[in-house]
Design a protein around this ligand. Sequence first.
Ligand code: NAD
Length: 484
Amino acid sequence: MPTIPITVAYGDGIGPEIMEATLHILKEAGAKLAIEKIDIGEKVYLSGNTSGIDPSAWDSLRSTKVFLKAPITTPQGGGYKSLNVTVRKTLGLYANVRPCVSYHPFIETKHPGMDLVIVRENEEDLYAGIEYRQSDQVMACLKLISRPGSEKIVRYAFEYARTHDRKKVTCFTKDNIMKLTDGLFHKVFNEIAAEYPGIENEHWIVDIGAAKMADTPNAFDVIVMPNLYGDILSDVAAQIAGSVGLAGSANIGENISMFEAIHGSAPRRAGQNLANPSGLLLGAILMLVHIGQTASAERVHNAWLRTIEDGVHTYDIFKESISKQKVGTKEFAQAVVERLGKRPNTLKAVAYKQEDVEEVCSETIVKERSDTKKELVGVDVFLDWLKGSPDNLGDALSKLVPDGLQLAMISNRGVKVWPGGAAETFCSDQWRCRFMSKNKGAPISHKDIIDVLGRVEGAGFDFIKTENLCNFDGERGYSLDQGE
Ligand code: NAD
């Protein structure tokens, strides 16, 4: 078995202790790793680097392509960028994979037998982080869902299910409300699901899906979802399985992947030999599988399960009625080492096959752009305006519409308020004014848009943003407003 170079960050708080423990277990299990250490986190932040990662660390990550990371502390106060988000986005780690398993009866849980995997899209959605203050009253955050991004994550979820003997992939979205963004994610899910006839598939609206998952997690197997829902629900799933302190996660990219615990640096527990290294160890097991060292992964995982089963527990999972021995970080690691080669008796032993090695799918089925006929049919002009009623605004804008165009409607926070709005609708100072061709559905030009903007500005209005309205292959590429 070849020695694989990996990049390791010991992190902050309890990070160094749980990393020492984890690496000790991996070494004793026969993992063949050449470790390159990098500094990231608090020390780097406080040295004045607001990204928390030294430029030279990227070289190591790009050369090893495998990153085992202990938790880091993000200093309080503004200006410090989340290192996790920086690393994920910079390195294109598009899939966050989080197995959530309960260990009943050895660790208290409301859901014995829970064993599900959350596959979260890791780069897009509201986490593109594109936000604006558009007026005195209104802030906006752009939710971006792309076809290639959705294809990559959905295909990853099905490939994961295929290689890990999972029977079903479920998709959570809110496409009854966000018909274009979440609608695309759902549509791509249906397209890719059709390529995997041996794997069951289903879709749930995220609100009721989340309720079902919290109540009956055993109804699910692999769940794939856009970034924000995945962020929230993967913590819920880990917690109801037993503890967020017991979950590891993989962040998979086309070239580079990162493995970690899901918990933070728990600074109050640092330096006391108290912390549970299990989350990082389970992250490291995902790493061993990823790099093809499946035999070591299996030895470590089964020894860890046996340790949990034998009641050797750190303080965070220790329960007088269940546990047998309360141990510190080092002793826990030693207990796992002593059980290498053993398997659990009651809990299900794991078996990793060589085929489990992650085949990252970068293959996409994106339609060539030239195939799609795009037609500009209108423009939404957003105004910052607080001088009267919707009818006042409608009257004023109607007077300045160029020939051939019409003011089709005005909405406020997504509700149509002109023409014929309801008196009860609350209006903020941000207005969306939709201009389209008089000839319903006929194309307009960019010059028409510039003309509209010139007239709007000439009449003293403060326009804050425009959005072009386009049809793609005759299909509407923009949402209608509530009541439109
Ligand atoms: P945390 O997860 O660090 O700790 C919350 C509590 O959980 C701790 O007080 C401790 O009681 C317990 N805990 C967590 N991990 C444990 C372990 N391995 N063993 C035993 N007990 C454990 O969350 P926090 O206090 O909100 O955050 C602390 C710092 O961690 C912050 O600076 C935060 O930004 C950072 N953080 C980093 C990551 C990461 O690097 N991936 C993730 C989350 C939070």
